[in-house]
Design a protein around this ligand. Sequence first.
Ligand SMILES: Cc1ncc(COP(=O)(O)O)c(C=O)c1O
Length: 296
Amino acid sequence: MAGPSFDQREGHIWYNGEYVDWKDAKLHVLSHGLHYASSVFEGVRAYGGKIFKLEEHTERLYKSAELLGFEIPYSQQELNRIQIEILEKEGLTDAYLRPVAWRGSEMMGISAQENKINVAIAAWEWPSYFSPEDRLKGLRLKTAEWRRPDPRTIPCVAKAAGLYMICTLSKHKVEKEGYQDAMMLDFEGYVAEATGANIFFIKDGAIHTPTPDCFLNGITRQTVVDLAKRRGIKVIERKIRPEELGDFEECFLTGTAVEVTPVSAIDNYSFTPGTITKTLMDDYTAEVTPTAAAAE
Ligand SMILES: Cc1ncc(COP(=O)(O)O)c(C=O)c1O
């Protein structure tokens, strides 16, 4: 996204109970969240002034905090209310919202039992940048060297900062080689997801998608599974081996940021967006648009 650096924008950020000027929403360098990744966040989107699946995102934020062993010092209703309020206050309709909660500076060490839990919510304009025609060209992905970790090594279903280290490493590496994203395998070598989105494949009229047993079961993923089922399209959640990629005709990613975006290639395998991908792109747009009802 073009524009000023994210610490230099205009507007206000809700920070521990009050609105502060955007440029003043700072934290101390000795914050536990920064050194030990004790931070959880959400990526939420508003369309036409209405936040899509707000309650689900807030619930996930609290679940992520719980998985990291801390409690957010506000009720879910309160954070929902603030997210609606910040859009109005900042005059935003098509926007991205970023709630974040992290351990503060009271103790500096691995143990930080008494540290204050800080909470902030920022929101900024984020229209859909790409026309459906451009998106249909599809993304080019390459398999990452890093893998999604074993669920016994990290709370892998938390949307927690620490889990993004391997995502940034993987995405940077493939971007330097000219790809747009990395496809990550899991610790056992099965297909998992992209660096910030879930992955779907299509073969013989049915959808195949990895079982989310060691990565985020995205809210968009769940929405798209539901939309597909409403269309009577068979959805098979299963373990997918990377050698199977050649069997699939279509591939797409889902996520709050990418919505439903086709993939044109992964390594040496090619995919062409077809009827199912296009239908689900349209159905998703209808589902998130406040005035239009999603396709029955
Ligand atoms: C690693 C990862 N997987 C999947 C997703 C998709 O989740 P959602 O659809 O809830 O945005 C995201 C985005 O939040 C993500 O960061």
